[in-house]
Design a protein around this ligand. Structure first.
Ligand code: MTE
Ligand code: MO
Length: 383
């Protein structure tokens, strides 16, 4: 079968779909380290994992609305200044299963671990574009280019057997501060097959769907990418839209992800001993908005206490204007006293004071994306 040459995977991953392979780590493993180990990092695929082991013949083609279409080898990419960017990648479908519990949605089910925090190593896309004559911060619109499209080599059903693709605005692609990378390393190791070997895009602060793996070409285009995952998926519709009245063209492709948090040290329903219980989880926001605060409530949201937060930022990566690693998650912790069955709620607030919504119902959408509602777990007393 086309899935006979998949890479080996960690046995503790929870498999949500086998072919294509979609899996996430157990909750407790996710928050046991600030940087998510590669083998436990969630894997989100739409087709078989390509085999691209002849690096000598591998190249990325830069083409479209530019003067000089160019082929770049891995060596060319590696010869540019290397950046290590700690960035959290999150699938827009993270927490979809809980959205489906309220009212059925379409898509692969995910618990709270379709997210991970890695140190991505590679060249800045802005520098790569400069190589082909597109200067920093002054996007050359002479030829009409407004978007940068990333096309993969993998093949997926949704594209009728064509490659996975996505685009971002040219202004973001040419802005070195946006830290969009063409990454060849993950956590200091050569990128592995599951995560896009030999080269992938990493768009910090944006839903994972735009971080195209197994990059084949980069096209400078006038209009946004017309691929399935831009136009017929990964859009946020209002709760009133259903499969009979949906008009895909009425909404824009989702880019930045909203403020999110989840409790990971316990399952949705967890038996605990009476006494002190340590609650741990992650919080992150999109668009480079750092996390300002994580609040915990034990009484349905009437009263809140602030959790403590930690980050172990890479030293390259602290911006002048904030004390935090702006593309990366924070891990939070709070110790609570439990003497009866208790619902624990977490909600995060980002640097723009955006707050997670209270209920799933208010953000419910038929594709089940961006469930960022307050995360709730139930602690029951047991031995
Ligand atoms: N790139 C390609 N070529 N094919 C894919 O199926 N999935 C996207 C994105 N890039 C995908 C892709 C989605 S939806 C997500 S969430 C991330 O990759 C997941 O990246 P990961 O598997 O490295 O965690
Ligand atoms: Mo995704």
């Amino acid at each position: 079968s086309e899935y006979s040459q998949e890479p080996a995977r960690h046995p503790s991953l929870k498999i949500n779909a086998k072919e294509p392979f979609n899996a996430e780590p157990p909750r407790s493993a996710l928050v046991s380290s600030y940087v998510t180990p590669v083998d436990l990092f969630y894997k989100r695929n739409h087709g078989p994992i390509p085999i691209l082991d002849h690096l000598e013949s591998y190249s990325v083609i830069l083409t479209g609305l530019i003067d000089n279409p160019t082929k770049l080898s891995i060596k060319d990419i590696r010869s540019l200044p290397k950046y290590n960017v700690t960035a959290t990648l999150q699938c827009a479908g993270n927490r979809r299963t809980a959205m489906s519990d309220v009212k059925k949605v379409r898509g692969v089910g995910w618990d709270v671990s379709a997210i991970g925090n890695a140190v991505w190593g590679g060249a800045k896309l802005a520098h790569v574009l400069e190589l082909v004559g597109i200067p920093n911060l002054t996007p050359s619109t002479i030829l009409g280019g407004k978007h940068v499209e990333f096309v993969s080599v993998d093949r997926c059903k949704e594209e009728n057997g064509g490659p996975y693709k996505a685009s971002i605005p040219l202004s973001q692609a040419t802005n070195p501060e946006a830290d969009v990378l063409l990454a060849y390393e993950m956590n200091g190791e050569t990128l592995n097959r599951d995560h896009g070997f030999p080269l992938r895009v990493v768009v910090p602060g944006v839903i994972g769907a735009r971080s195209v793996k197994w990059l084949d070409s980069i096209n400078i285009i006038a209009e946004e990418c017309q691929g399935f995952f831009m136009q017929k998926d990964y859009k946020m519709f209002p709760p009133s839209v259903n499969w009979d009245n949906i008009n895909w063209s009425s909404r824009r492709p989702q880019m930045d992800f909203p403020v999110q948090s989840a409790i990971c040290s316990v399952e949705d329903v967890q038996m605990v001993k009476p006494g002190k219980v340590c609650i741990k989880g992650y919080a992150v926001s999109g668009g480079g908005r750092g996390i300002e605060r994580v609040d915990i409530s034990l009484d349905g949201g009437k009263n809140w206490v602030e959790a403590s937060r930690t980050q172990k930022p890479g030293k390259h990566y602290i911006s002048e204007h904030s004390s935090s690693d702006k593309w990366a998650w924070v891990l939070f912790e709070a110790t609570i006293d439990v003497s009866q069955t208790t619902e624990v709620i977490a909600k995060a607030v980002d640097s723009a004071a955006n707050v997670q919504p209270e209920n799933v119902e208010s953000v419910w959408n038929l594709r089940g994306v961006l469930n960022t509602s307050w995360h709730r777990v139930l602690l029951r007393l047991g031995h």
